[in-house]
Design a protein around this ligand. Structure first.
Ligand code: AHR
Length: 500
């Protein structure tokens, strides 16, 4: 019997709802077709946004959405995407497939999407090929309420009121596609650009995010903090509210990546092992951040994460379209548990990418839409949003088929919401073994239990022909005990339990 202890008196950090954030880039069929079909489309839409997709996304409570990239952000010139659509510039999307970008989805459309989703906006500005003035004017266009050239332009373009922008990213992957900069050079650039990301709204600060490291580039983190860390003092804000981190799971490495759907048991464990590396990265980058910012004022923002497999055969390789299986569900469940457990430092994360790209929660084909296993995990985990992390410990053992890629058999996190309901999210990484878990819940008399489970074969997926193969089902294989609950979790599954 596995031992599991949850301490309801040991309340830890608040799980920022933005950990459940998403990312939408002008890449492949994410924006066009996936989210935006235009007002004249035969696909039912509201102001051009697909009704089916928006409805499904609202169900999982999208808290925040990042846009327009990604690598696209550092070649995006926002003024090309405003005004009458017929006058908007057409450009080449050099990073993603070399296709023509007609800019029909721009600032107004993105803010309209956020309005429909009822989520916050995270806009990523252009440092690589943009100017300080361009970035500054974008912020003015978006958020300035009074009389100014950019506010006038916005009004001319049909939007009288300013919008709220919660987060502003200053460049993306500036060590790579965003300009191939050194940390010192980017750090100086960051100091300059962020100065002109003005707060125009009294009492409302835009949270500024500096471009952080790729995977384990600890020198980048150190270099950025050395160059542009400044303490927040009364009447003097620090230069940054967040520092990003990008880490993708690709089982066979960056060059090969590996198939999204055709894999064996060894690759299953290897993938999960590589996903678990996220925790090492958070700890190590976090330790560097702690040296400068022990109060943890600066958030770690994992604004790109998820699986990145070889794209689906027969599709445009520049579009990064891939299917999504139970393996992706486990990857999502594990990552989200890790973020919850590190929510004292990790305060936003954005899975890449929302629709039709990489570890998407939704796939579309014409008017058809499929909810992926990853979608269902986000739906089960949404209860953690803004809840308080509880101290918890589960006994694990190492499992796997290769010495190098062993994983702990179980992975979990627990929170308590405002009503006092405890939410347990638990994954069984084993492909064979089910476990009986003796859960002690300290300082809580359990009166009722409600559970849901996502469970299937490791390669099970939802397709346009069979969209309902992987579904959330009611989970009842548990009992209230003297000291808590006994849970019997089947192999290859993700479970959410509500304890009252
Ligand atoms: O998500 C795809 C790409 O991955 C993004 O555009 C870029 O930031 C990262 O390299």
């Amino acid at each position: 019997m596995v031992k599991y202890v949850i301490n309801t008196t040991a309340k830890k950090s608040k799980i920022n709802k933005d950990i459940y954030g998403h990312f939408s880039e002008h890449l492949g069929r994410c924006i066009y077709e996936g989210l935006y079909v235009g007002e004249d489309s035969a696909i039912p839409n509201t102001n051009g946004m697909r009704n089916d997709v928006v409805k499904a996304l609202k169900e999982i409570k999208i808290p925040v959405l990042r846009w327009p990239g990604g690598c696209f952000a550092d070649e995006y010139h926002w003024m090309d995407g405003i005004g009458p659509k017929e006058n908007r510039k057409r450009m080449i999307n050099t990073h993603w497939g070399g296709v023509v970008e007609d800019n029909s989805f721009g600032t107004h459309e993105f803010m309209e999407l956020c309005r429909q989703l009822e989520c916050d906006a995270y806009i990523n500005g252009n440092v690589g090929s943009g100017t300080v003035r361009e970035m500054s004017e974008w912020v003015e266009y978006l958020t300035f309420e009074g009389v100014s050239p950019m506010a006038e332009l916005r009004k001319e373009n049909g939007h009288e009121e300013s919008w709220d922008v919660e987060y502003f990213g200053v460049g993306n992957e500036s060590w790579g596609c965003g300009g191939n900069m050194t940390p010192e050079y980017y750090g100086d650039q960051y100091r300059n650009y962020q100065t002109y990301v003005r707060d125009y709204k009294p009492g409302k600060r835009i949270k500024k995010i500096a471009c952080g490291a790729n995977v384990d580039d600890y020198e980048w983190t150190e270099g950025i903090l050395k160059t542009c860390f400044r303490h927040s003092l009364p009447f003097q804000h620090g230069f940054m509210d967040g520092l990003s981190l990008h880490y993708y799971t690709h089982p066979e490495g960056w060059e090969i990546k590996g198939s999204a759907t055709d894999f064996d048991e060894k690759v299953w464990y290897k993938t999960l092992n590589k996903t678990l590396y996220m925790e090492t990265l958070i700890n190590r980058h976090g330790a560097i951040m702690d040296k400068y910012d022990p109060e943890k004022n600066i958030a770690m923002i994992i604004d790109e994460w998820g699986t990145w497999f070889t794209c689906e055969p027969g599709t445009n390789p520049g579009f990064l379209y891939q299917q999504n299986t139970m393996r992706d569900a486990l990857v999502a469940g594990i990552n989200l548990n890790i973020f919850n457990k590190h929510s004292d430092r990790v305060r936003m994360a954005n899975i890449a990418q929302m629709v039709n790209v990489l570890q998407a929660v939704i796939l579309t084909e014409g008017e058809k839409m499929v909810l992926t296993p990853t979608y269902h995990v986000f739906n089960m985990y949404k209860h953690h949003q803004d809840a308080t992390l509880l101290d918890s410990f589960i006994e694990t053992k190492q499992i796997g088929l290769e010495e190098e890629y062993m994983v702990p058999n179980l992975n979990e996190s627990v929170s308590i919401d405002e009503e006092g309901t405890v939410h347990i999210t638990l994954s069984n990484l084993s492909l064979e073994e089910s476990y009986t878990i003796d859960t002690t819940i300290l300082d809580k008399k359990v009166t009722s239990l409600k559970g849901e489970i996502l469970m299937n074969d490791m390669k099970a997926m939802n397709t346009f022909e069979n969209p309902e193969t992987v579904q959330v089902k009611e989970f009842t294989d548990m009992d209230i005990t003297e000291t808590g609950i006994q849970i019997r979790i089947p192999a290859c599954s993700v479970v959410h339990i509500e304890v009252r």
